[in-house]
Design a binder for this molecule. Structure first.
Ligand SMILES: C[S@@+](CC[C@H](N)C(=O)[O-])C[C@H]1O[C@@H](n2cnc3c(N)ncnc32)[C@H](O)[C@@H]1O
Length: 314
């Protein structure tokens, strides 16, 4: 029986599940990649559509997600998982002998177990250590990062990754405060922000954007996304698809820029401007895009900002 105080770490409601699986247009004998396993809702739905000849490779940075993947699908010979960033997808797919793949799914951001377990430090609503690492087996925690970052860099991170209007005030408050006392728990950071902002919407936690910005910085989230997109088209089979589910404007922007660069309408791009003009033909076509339904949004509040985009290799 689950203790009410203990979050159920197996629980994540998969976002846009039916639409994203339909978007992959699964070939039962095909090879697929789930770039962000989480608790495997999308992986399970992909495996359901695969024959004995099909295969699925899943990635996650989070050791808990990978432990869960091994427990849930470890006996399924069609399934493999990789603990690490999807930014290494090209090398891992090749090493697993899965090249080329028929579809890749990204469901970006954090999972419910990551948000619900206070010790992970992702949530401004739960008091816990300031950790925020998706891979909590290595790297700098949010506490260590905040303890060493310069005011200028902190300001930039809050402005760029958090789109926080009060970046200067918050950066100054954090840097001044840390000289007297280490900022080592989530409630301390929330209080510091509340104490230093004169005005904020009372129904919205004023630390939301700061938490988002620090999380993105600590986990190199946008750099990982930009890196994987550099060679992702090479990984795809003809008619192979990529389904992206993204949740915030910076992710949307990177995905939109990638799609725009490789789809029709971009044939006039001069790829070697100073020497000669070559025409680069489009490598992808748009299959569809859309936001989350009002029904799903009502059912699962965490899905509310989700946006899906589907492309196919031509
Ligand atoms: C929204 S959850 C995925 C939920 C999953 N689709 C499901 O149905 O259970 C996002 C997951 O991606 C992982 N993740 C985020 N960025 C990653 C990266 N660069 N490489 C590998 N995993 C990443 C997170 O640790 C988290 O477990």
């Amino acid at each position: 029986m689950i203790n009410k105080q203990t979050p159920d770490t197996s629980n994540h409601i998969s976002v846009m599940l039916d639409e994203s699986i339909a978007g992959l247009n699964i070939n039962p004998n095909g090879r697929y990649v789930d770039a962000t396993f989480g608790r495997g809702g999308h992986s399970a739905a992909i495996l359901d559509k695969l024959s004995e000849k099909g295969s699925l490779l899943a990635f996650d940075k989070d050791p808990d997600a990978i432990a869960f993947a091994k427990k849930r699908f470890g006996k399924d010979t069609r399934f493999q998982c990789h603990h690490g960033s999807y930014s290494d997808m090209f090398e891992v797919v090749e090493a697993c002998g899965l090249f080329p793949v028929d579809g890749i799914l990204f469901d970006l951001g954090v999972s419910s177990p990551q948000l619900d377990v206070a010790e992970r430090g992702f949530s401004h609503d739960k008091d816990g250590p300031l950790d925020m690492r998706m891979d909590n087996s290595k790297g700098m925690t949010a506490e260590e990062w905040l303890d060493t970052v310069s005011e200028a860099e902190l300001f930039e991170v809050l402005k760029k990754y958090g789109e926080e209007k009060c970046s200067a005030i918050i950066a100054k408050a954090i840097i001044e405060n840390r000289t007297n006392q280490k900022i080592n728990c989530t409630s301390q950071l929330v209080k510091l922000i509340q104490d230093n902002l004169r005005y904020y919407q009372k129904n919205k936690n004023p630390a939301t954007r700061t938490f988002q910005a620090i999380r993105i910085a600590v986990n190199d989230e946008l750099k990982d996304l930009e890196k994987v997109l550099e060679r992702i088209i090479e990984l795809l089979n003809h008619n192979g698809r990529i389904v992206f589910i993204s949740f915030q404007s910076l992710e949307h922007k990177i995905i939109k820029t990638f799609i725009k660069k490789h789809t029709a309408g971009n044939e006039d791009v001069d790829i070697n401007s100073s020497v000669m003009t070559q025409r680069k033909s489009p490598q992808l076509k748009r299959i569809g895009r859309g936001g989350v339904s009002s029904f799903e949004r009502k059912d699962n509040r965490r899905s509310r900002s989700a946006w899906m985009r589907i492309v196919e290799k031509i």
